[in-house]
Design a protein around this ligand. Structure first.
Ligand SMILES: NC(=O)c1ccc[n+]([C@@H]2O[C@H](COP(=O)([O-])OP(=O)(O)OC[C@H]3O[C@@H](n4cnc5c(N)ncnc54)[C@H](O)[C@@H]3O)[C@@H](O)[C@H]2O)c1
Ligand SMILES: [Zn+2]
Length: 357
């Protein structure tokens, strides 16, 4: 698979990723190499990664953080900054982030701020991190319940995607990442959407090329609109209601939290229904989309009281401006429309439609 050039970096795949990484190290000669992993990627990905790293006389230190979104915090950053300092990391050191989106977001932020910025490379190991977090240079951490509230946009030196890491990724995490791939199809490419929804199962041999296509789509969108003034907003399809649903299930003790992609899948179904009512999306495509998403994502019960509280959470959406909630909707599969206003009544109607599916 050919490499993909982003604004300031290149995404390399599989064996090429290691070749380029080793070349990068040979030519730039970092003073030390630090590898940030979480509990799981330490055990499941690090051995394979170290095997591919060509031996040279550069010291390699491994830093491990606990896994999970709960640990995407400034406290953990402090721990990593301190570890870098204790191990005498200097401005010529290199940080390699080997993990899911939590490790790549947090590690990217640590590298962008340690000594006012050192070089870093992302090696995403989850499907979500490969197809979504790998491009765009967004780094950062959560501030309490506020996701990605503190951070900086700064692309690393390169991204290496080794899809064989997915062999150990739990199935629910695979499904979660798949939601973002479906989104890429819906907002950009009908043919891609068709291919994804006709897959028999999420097998890595099929996914290889599809992951590549998703990175291409995300990169096209981000490159055409680096400052998020227009086109890039289409990446938020399913995310306005999806984020509110994700937060609601996370903060409500009676509910089992949903993974990001699981919440986004519900958001996409609701926003698709709204699209037929306001943007001319055909009934035919509404059915195709619902069927395509429900093939992979089980329905979740959301009662009337939940619905009101979810709608209340929309006011915290980071993409709002001047207090107005703006949706990305679909005119057709592959044809998004940004900056749409939607009434609460229509959102409630969309929940009714979802529950009756
Ligand atoms: N920067 C961006 O543009 C961007 C885009 C999308 C999401 N994100 C961020 O990414 C995060 C979500 O990413 P995520 O879903 O990868 O979460 P994650 O990093 O928490 O990974 C999910 C789980 O899978 C485990 N895991 C990762 N790779 C594994 C492997 N190969 N085998 C076994 N287990 C493995 C992790 O340890 C973790 O328990 C969120 O914080 C989100 O804000 C960032
Ligand atoms: Zn998302």
């Amino acid at each position: 698979m050919n490499s993909i050039s982003t604004k300031n970096a290149v995404v390399h795949f599989n064996s090429q990723a290691y070749k380029e990484l080793n070349n990068y190290i040979k030519t730039t000669k970092p003073s030390k190499i630090f590898i940030l992993v979480d509990t799981n990627t330490h055990d499941l990905c690090l051995p394979q990664f170290l095997e591919q790293l060509e031996s040279n006389d550069i010291i390699v230190e491994v830093m491990e953080m606990p896994n999970g979104e709960d640990h995407k915090t400034i406290d953990i950053c402090s721990g990593v900054w301190e570890a870098l300092s204790e191990y005498n990391a200097d401005r010529k050191s290199l940080l390699i982030n080997l993990g899911g989106g939590v490790v790549t977001d947090l590690g990217g932020f640590v590298a962008s701020t340690y000594m006012r910025g050192i070089a870093y490379i992302n090696m995403p190991t989850s499907l979500l991190a490969m197809v979504d977090a790998s491009v765009g240079g967004k780094t950062g951490v959560d501030l309490g319940a506020l996701k990605n509230q503190v951070g900086i946009v700064n692309e690393g030196e390169m991204v290496g995607i080794d899809t064989s890491f997915l062999n150990t990724l739990p199935q629910n995490e695979m499904v979660s990442g798949f939601a973002e791939m479906l989104k890429h199809g819906l907002i950009y490419d009908k043919v891609y959407w068709n291919t994804l929804t006709h897959l028999e199962n999420l097998d890595i041999s099929d996914l290889d090329k599809l992951i590549y296509d998703s990175v291409v789509i995300k990169n096209k969108v981000v490159t055409e609109d680096p400052k998020e003034l227009g086109l890039r907003k289409i990446l938020n399809f399913g995310h306005t209601l999806g984020h509110a649903i994700e937060s609601y299930f996370l903060e409500n003790a009676d509910k089992t939290p949903l993974l990001h992609g699981e919440a986004i899948a519900i958001g996409m179904l609701l926003e698709t229904y709204i699209s037929t009512k306001t943007c001319g999306l055909s009934e035919k495509e509404l059915h195709i989309i619902c069927e395509g998403i429900l093939k992979t994502f089980a329905k979740v019960d959301i009662n009337k009281q939940d619905q009101d509280l979810i709608i209340n959470l929309l006011k915290y959406d980071k993409k709002n401006s001047h207090g107005i909630v703006k949706f990305v909707l679909l005119e057709a599969i592959g044809q998004p429309k940004i900056d749409c206003e939607v009434s609460n009544e229509l959102i409630l109607e969309a929940f009714d439609y979802y529950l009756a599916l």
